[in-house]
Write a protein that binds this ligand. Structure first.
Ligand code: NAD
Length: 337
């Protein structure tokens, strides 16, 4: 069993811990938090040993009646791999600790690409991360774009990708984020950082991205235009994308008009936390005009990177190849059904 530590038990970390626990070949050794709060309490309620990310704050946990198993260094030392899911920039600061204990580490998309040897998307470049010591699982938006680019590039060849990313202002728990009543070009400069981030996975793909922010917490929505190498039928593209387990083609028959109903659907079918690990592509939006392909997709920012972290754990530990890992992860989490 691969012993996994999760350092940073917030939006991403708590989901990764549950996904790891669901795998047949992995165990959650423990999770680390900086301070006691509802997430620390729920980690204990779920039976995850809780470690203090900042040693001199351990008393705060005791005062809140939460039992601490030890300092985060104990957890990192004992683990086969650590998933760092701390806020942007903290992962880079934690890197020296992971090196000190020679524990391979995964970082998240909020870190600069240069924190790691490899930026990772399971469908696109799993092999690059095999046996690496520092791997960055790319952001929610880059994951969402990569999952579409990989099969399109393989099947048709890509001349150019253009994407406008309509981004949620903040996650549901992020009360300090916004806007609450505005529509922002964000960043206002073009291209946004997302295109260069996609190039960390696909160095040769020509891509321009534009970002916006809107008063929503549910999901991001991408408007995508891909110029393919040759003219293709929309029906052909639909069939091709339908074969991908981490792409959910939202059928017209479900009458889902936006992110709100998608999230409602996820809750109705019993998804944990209402998570949508797959890109949600409106099937009827998949259209072609000559070589130009168009589609709309919604990306659940809180959860699409979670199966990618699970696959990255197998890559860095050399536990499975890409196909085997992706299948195991999908089976364990019921992804694609
Ligand atoms: P979050 O704020 O929800 O969770 C971070 C957790 O880390 C919190 O529990 C915080 O208390 C804890 N923490 C802070 N400092 C720490 C430290 N020094 N040691 C250990 N724990 C510490 O953040 P998040 O949304 O889960 O984001 C984590 C990373 O994932 C970031 O790089 C982010 O860019 C990336 N990411 C976030 C999303 C998203 O939409 N939420 C999507 C994809 C990737």
């Amino acid at each position: 069993m691969i012993q996994v530590a999760v350092n940073g038990y917030g939006t991403i970390g708590k989901r990764v811990a549950d996904a790891v626990r669901a795998q047949p070949d992995m165990e959650v050794l423990g999770v680390a938090k900086t301070r006691p709060n509802f997430e620390a309490q729920s980690a204990l309620d779920r039976g995850y040993p809780l470690y203090a990310a900042i040693e001199d704050r351990a008393d705060q946990f005791a005062d809140a009646g939460m039992e601490i198993a030890g300092p985060v260094t104990d957890l990192v030392e004992a683990a086969d791999v650590v998933v760092d899911a701390t806020p942007s920039g903290i992962g880079a600061k934690n890197k020296a600790m992971y090196d000190e204990y020679a524990t391979p580490a995964l970082y998240q998309g909020g870190e600069d690409a240069n924190v790691a040897d490899v930026s990772f998307n399971a469908r696109s470049n799993f092999e690059d991360a095999v046996d690496a010591d520092h791997v960055r699982v790319v952001s929610c938006n880059t994951t969402g774009l990569s999952r579409v680019i990989a099969p399109l590039q393989e099947a048709y060849g890509i001349e150019k990708v253009r994407a406008t990313l309509v981004r949620r202002g903040g996650d549901p728990g992020q009360t300090s984020r916004g806007p609450i009543n505005d529509i922002l070009p964000n960043p206002v400069t073009i291209p946004s950082h997302h295109g260069p981030d996609v190039n960390t996975i696909f160095p040769d793909v020509d891509i321009d991205t534009l970002g916006m922010k809107v008063p929503a917490t549910l999901m991001h929505v991408h408007s995508l235009n891909v110029t393919l190498s040759s003219a293709v039928d929309a029906a052909d593209v639909r069939d091709h994308l339908a074969d991908e387990d981490r792409l959910f083609l939202v059928p017209e028959s479900l009458d889902i008009d936006g992110a709100g109903k998608l999230k409602e659907y996820a809750h109705d079918v019993g998804r944990p936390r209402g998570d949508l690990w797959e890109n949600c592509i409106w099937e009827e939006s998949i259209s072609t005009e000559g070589r130009d392909l168009y589609l709309f997709q919604a990306i659940h920012q809180e959860s699409d990177v979670v199966p990618e972290n699970v696959d990255a754990i197998r890559a860095v530990t050399g536990a499975a190849d890409a196909a085997e890992s992706i299948e195991t992860t999908n089976d364990a989490m019921d992804i694609g059904r």
